[in-house]
Design a protein around this ligand. Structure first.
Ligand code: AMP
Length: 404
């Protein structure tokens, strides 16, 4: 596979797929504010390398799910402003993506310049299931550049025009972010510092079946919290009240628990939970053993005994991988479990990896220094698919590449 350095030559136009899909709030007048710029900051190193080499950098990215047509609510305009602040150079936003304006903007670039194409998902061909659609958009993107760098780790598990198809049309290489993330997850799967302790949370078991299945062959302990724990607890015969429950997944959780037992791998579930009589920050709240959730109440966080049990596993781990909050951390009464676990991981001497999405957001929301973790992934779905052992299409496309 080519490297970034192979492509970074002065005067080259380099198309860079980045992940700028940042969370935003919108005020009453429709003005949008970025609430977490982690993903924007994560793509700066690759852009810096290309600019330092004298490349002309054409960024392509998506924001949200705009349904294949232009929609100002999903414009990358606020992102262009933040990028420009972080890079210290103007970053013009090109409205028509691959149209005449884009072609003119690229033609007018100087070495070291950066432009950002408008939300690529304004074009329905980006996510089309029909290869010919994607290929036609990829050809238009490829016509804007001499080389392609794939640095959007958050989308490398997607078969999309600006992720996979364009990699077949231009000399291509992974950027620093994609390379770094891939190395971390490859090491976790193949050669982790042991004991390898994996902590899963979040809302859905069904999202994590593949990961649990693959990891059961590799981990030294699996800790399960968050809403997904209740389907496991139901599988053990506990009444879970109004807690999150995916009844159709109960047999799958029972099978996982059987396999873990057979292999002698501790699969540790909450022993106590913080329950509430409503899904709201001002509900009545109690902490109870898992066997004592009354009807009408729901578990919204792990309890202190569970925190302690998880913490002792984290303290003795060689590698800790964490994906998914332990509770509804967005509401203060149910944030303690997630915060305690995040702090335990931050304080541990293990190689610590935080899966993307909500766990990374939780860390930032709680104000825990990001440097206390060895790796905070920018890709929730991509990191999970990596841990499932799947081949990610965006990486396969780079391996197959083009010998142009
Ligand atoms: P996911 O998208 O699967 O990573 O789940 C993240 C979401 O899970 C967060 O928004 C949390 O609020 C939510 N969550 C965590 N624990 C619980 C719980 N016990 N009950 C309901 N939702 C939860």
């Amino acid at each position: 596979m080519r490297t970034l350095a192979d492509l970074a030559h002065s005067g080259r136009r380099v198309l860079v797929r980045v992940d700028l899909n940042v969370p935003m709030t919108t005020d009453a007048h429709g003005a949008r504010t970025i609430t977490d710029d982690g993903r924007i900051r994560a793509c700066i190193p690759t852009i810096d390398v290309l600019r330092a080499a004298g490349c002309r950098v054409v960024l392509v990215a998506h924001l949200g799910r705009p349904k294949g047509e232009p929609n100002p609510a999903y414009s990358l305009a606020p992102v262009a402003v933040r990028l420009s602040e972080l890079l210290g150079v103007p970053v013009p936003l090109v409205e028509d993506i691959t149209g005449a304006k884009a072609q003119a903007a690229v033609a007018n670039m100087h070495d070291g310049d950066v432009i950002l194409l408008e939300n690529i998902r304004f074009d329905a061909r980006e996510t089309s299931k029909t290869a010919a659609d994607r290929e036609s958009l990829a050809a238009e993107l490829a016509a804007l550049a001499d080389a392609f760098v794939s640095d959007g780790f958050g989308v490398v598990h997607r078969e999309q025009a600006s992720v996979t198809d364009v990699a077949h049309l231009l000399p291509s290489a992974p950027g620093l972010l994609v390379r770094g993330e891939s190395e971390v997850f490859t090491r976790i799967l193949n050669d982790p510092q042991r004991p390898l302790v994996v902590l899963l949370g979040g809302s859905k078991v069904s999202d994590k079946l593949g990961v649990i299945g693959n990891l059961l062959e590799r981990v030294d302990a699996l800790l399960i919290g968050g809403g997904m724990a209740f389907t496991f607890l139901a599988g053990q015969g506990f009444e879970v009240g109004d807690s999150l429950l995916e009844s159709d997944q109960i047999p799958a959780t029972q099978e996982f628990m059987r396999r873990a037992q057979q292999r002698g791998i501790p699969l540790i579930l909450p022993s106590d939970v913080v329950i509430a009589d409503d899904f709201s920050a001002d509900a009545h709240v109690r902490t109870v053993p898992v066997g004592e959730i009354p009807p009408g109440w729901r578990g919204l966080d792990i309890g202190p005994q569970t925190v302690e049990a998880f913490q002792s596993r984290i303290d003795t781990a060689g590698t800790v991988v964490w994906n998914g909050p332990m509770g509804v951390f967005e509401m203060a009464p149910f944030a303690a479990g997630t915060e305690a676990i995040a702090r335990a991981i931050a304080a541990s001497s293990a190689f610590s990896v935080v899966g993307g999405g909500d766990s990374a957001a939780a860390i930032r929301l709680l104000g825990i220094p990001e440097n206390d973790f060895d790796h905070i992934s920018t890709g929730g779905g991509a990191s999970l698919e990596f841990l499932e052992g799947k081949r990610l299409p965006g990486l396969t496309a780079l391996e197959e590449g083009t010998e142009q």
